[in-house]
Design a protein around this ligand. Structure first.
Ligand code: BDR
Ligand code: CA
Length: 304
């Protein structure tokens, strides 16, 4: 199985991504680290524990990470994900605890204990990941690749140009994008083209306990677009297990860290800024929505 670390801010779509990941026999989830994003880091940590208890995967450790972005003030997205970050389903009180060490130390340890390089999947702001690169640059060869939900090369969801994860901590995103490690950016260009239809959502309700839980949280999700709900973060798990389903193209991508375009991920299509041919990010540019819906329901069917 492919060893992965999940760095997340659950978050409804993060929760769906965790549900899929921890139930895939071909993924070996070594660690979940939480970051402030959709809601506070205390809540995203707690939500991670809730899900692992729900799926009886408390063998997977959870570590709490950054409380706030590197430089900017923290603003959550509870207007989309509810006060708890995971509304719509009544999870029992958690009985497990996060690790005593913080997210950066936990990632550092897991990377160093692994016999092979690990894929890091990031679906929140990249604060923990940037801190890891700053505090443990020697760990870079231990990271196989980053698969990140975030960014957009065609317009944003929190401003006309910026996507929420990158906008929340653009300084962190800039550090990660300049790391020279392999990066696949699964941004809005993919996720807004793979909406979970109302029909698929309704199907979840009849799919046993996991389906009922996911139906509850997905229907409480305020992120609504014509045609369904974006399951943003789930697309990173799909890419991790079957990269052929998502079309990607390598580009030279920079993150804007100030001014009116703050949080934008700019692909230098015309090479006016970078040396011709330079690329640092493999950008997801397309997906088949119907294939995504079918795949997601198959994942849920395999959960019970
Ligand atoms: C991203 O922002 C968060 O609210 C979602 O969980 C997803 O990671 C979408 O822009
Ligand atoms: Ca997220």
């Amino acid at each position: 199985a492919k060893p992965v670390i999940l760095d997340m801010d659950p978050g409804i779509d993060d929760a769906a991504a965790i549900a899929v990941a921890v139930n895939r026999p071909d993924l070996d989830v070594k660690l979940i680290t939480a970051v402030a994003g959709n809601v506070s880091v205390e809540k995203t940590t707690n939500n991670s524990l809730k899900l692992l208890e729900f799926f009886d995967r408390t063998d997977i450790p959870v570590a709490q990470g950054a409380k706030a972005p590197l430089k900017r003030e923290f603003k959550d997205a509870s207007y989309i994900h509810g006060e708890s970050g995971m509304p719509g389903y009544d999870f029992p009180e958690v009985t497990t605890k996060p690790l005593a060490i913080d997210a950066v130390e936990a990632i550092h340890q897991v990377l160093n204990e692994s016999a092979e390089p690990i894929t890091i999947i990031g679906t929140g702001a990249y604060t923990n990941l940037a801190l890891l690169l700053q505090q443990h640059p020697e760990d870079k060869p231990l990271i196989k690749e980053f698969i990140l939900m975030g960014g957009s090369i065609s317009g944003g969801n929190v401003s006309s140009v910026a996507e929420f994860n990158v906008f929340t901590d653009p300084d962190a995103a800039a550090i990660v994008f300049k790391s020279e490690l392999p990066i696949t950016m699964i941004g809005l260009d993919v996720t807004l083209n793979a909406l979970l239809t109302e029909e698929s959502t309704n199907t979840l309700r009849e799919m046993g306990p996991a389906g009922e839980m996911l139906y509850g949280i997905v229907t409480a999700y305020e992120d609504v677009h014509v045609g369904g709900k974006p399951m943003h973060d789930v697309n990173t798990i799909l890419y991790a297990v079957d990269p052929s389903v998502i079309e990607t193209k390598p580009f030279a991508v920079d993150v804007v860290t100030e001014g009116p375009a703050i949080g934008a991920t700019v692909a230098d299509f015309q090479y006016r800024w970078h040396e011709p041919g330079y690329t640092n990010v493999n950008v997801g540019v397309g997906i088949n929505a119907e294939a995504f819906n079918t795949w997601f329901l198959e994942q849920v069917a395999a959960m019970n």
